[in-house]
Design a protein around this ligand. Structure first.
Ligand code: SF4
Length: 393
């Protein structure tokens, strides 16, 4: 850069030697024009290992980068740590719907809101495994099971059945993930011993905004469950929801919470609110797409090894918007007939999109053991990936 400037400046000096005296400072700049330390974005772009000591100011600086520059930088980091053609396909089934005692303001399954949703008991193991088989036949490699509970206290029989589900999903060669509310360390260990890959527990939003959304459990209780899952050796899936009425600084706060965990979540789902009539947030305006893209790109830059998942609200994105998300670091989707109680992009639609854009389903257990397992792409990784979608159809 300096040499180029010097050549340009010499040319300019030569051409102007017979004219007015050149303004040297204008050609060379001054010492104070040269940044003495690289920006947080620049440092992150060239880093080879994840950092866990992000400050909110650094994350805000990255989040506020002009969007195109941010998106390009995220794409560069993404290609360094992942195969950019590889997208994890997950199917999320509700194995126990509704009747939840919690007051999450966005949720159709809370018993506190009149959403017309019928509460059910835990699904039989056989029917869950039948759904997992269908998901596998359609290309999904991770099968997630969600139960609308506050926690697992006093649910011994349910836990036993869920462990059977986990074992069955593993026997199919699929990764398994469950989201069951708060769990203690002993329950996390039981699930790990049954072969569970990952535990989902979202932090939802920033610590500051959280009490505006949920009052029946604290942010710290959420973090404790995440720590329990981590301590048991499970991968952690933990992300957020955009469009709850929060501000951009809360996206920064959310990103700060997850990126300063001792181990970054193996998976970071980015949801946008699907407003449900009857819930307190049922009339919220849609979250703007640029906020989704900024959140994804920033997450990719500050948590380079994490799987970033386009989650609820994907049905509102055009194919091109989804591709922009993939180019900015997203590398997982929920796919199938339903996503818990809301609509989901279907397998056929996703297969067609994958075929058109040269994407392929990520192989099972590509990342299954947390941050350390999803190291920068190793030589030969490409050969292990599943075939391109066009070969599957
Ligand atoms: S804990 Fe889960 S199921 Fe219960 S209200 Fe909150 S989001 Fe809904």
């Amino acid at each position: 850069m300096f040499a180029k400037r010097a050549v340009l400046s010499l040319r300019s000096l030569a051409s102007s030697s017979l004219q007015a005296k050149p303004n040297i400072a204008a050609f060379y700049g001054t010492v104070s024009d040269v940044p003495l330390t690289p920006s947080p974005l620049e440092k992150a772009r060239t880093a080879t290992v994840p950092r866990h000591d992000w400050t909110k100011d650094e994350i805000r600086d990255i989040y506020n980068t002009p969007l195109m520059k941010l998106s390009y930088a995220a794409g560069i980091v993404h290609q360094k740590f992942h195969d950019p053609a590889s997208i994890q396909m997950c199917t999320l089934m509700s194995i126990k719907t509704g009747g939840c005692s919690e007051d999450c303001s966005y949720c159709a399954q809370s018993s506190r809101y009149n959403t017309g949703l019928k509460a059910t008991k835990l699904s039989p193991v056989d029917s869950v495994l039948a759904a997992a088989r269908i998901a596998k036949e359609n290309g999904s490699t991770r099968f997630c099971m969600g139960a609308a509970w506050r926690d697992m206290r006093g649910r011994k029989t349910n836990l036993r059945n869920i462990k059977e589900m986990v074992k069955g999903v593993k026997a199919l060669g699929m990764e398994s993930c469950v989201t069951l509310g708060m769990i203690d360390l002993a329950q996390a260990k039981e699930l790990k011993d049954a072969g569970l890959t990952a535990y989902n527990h979202n932090v939802d939003t920033s610590r500051e905004f959280y009490p505006s959304v949920i009052t029946t459990r604290t942010y710290d209780e959420r973090l404790q469950t995440i720590q329990n899952a981590n301590d048991a050796g499970l991968s952690v899936c933990s992300g957020g929801i955009l469009g709850l009425g929060e501000k951009a600084i809360d996206h920064v706060g959310l990103l700060h919470t997850v990126s300063t965990m001792p181990s970054h979540p193996e998976s970071f789902p980015v949801n946008t609110l699907v407003p449900i009539k009857g819930t307190p947030l049922g009339d919220n305006a849609p979250s703007p797409f640029d906020a989704t893209l900024r959140t994804i790109a920033t997450a990719r830059i500050i948590m380079p090894r994490t799987i970033i998942r386009l989650a609820a609200g994907r049905t509102t994105l055009s194919e091109e918007q989804q591709v922009l998300c993939f180019m900015s670091g997203a590398n997982a989707v929920f796919t199938g007939e339903k996503m818990l109680t809301t609509a989901c992009n279907g397998w056929d639609e996703d297969k067609a999109m994958f075929q058109k854009w040269g994407l392929r389903p990520m192989e099972s257990f590509r990342t299954g053991a947390g941050e350390g397992a999803s190291a920068p792409m190793q030589e030969g990784m490409q050969a292990k990936q599943q075939p391109l979608a066009e070969e599957l159809i």
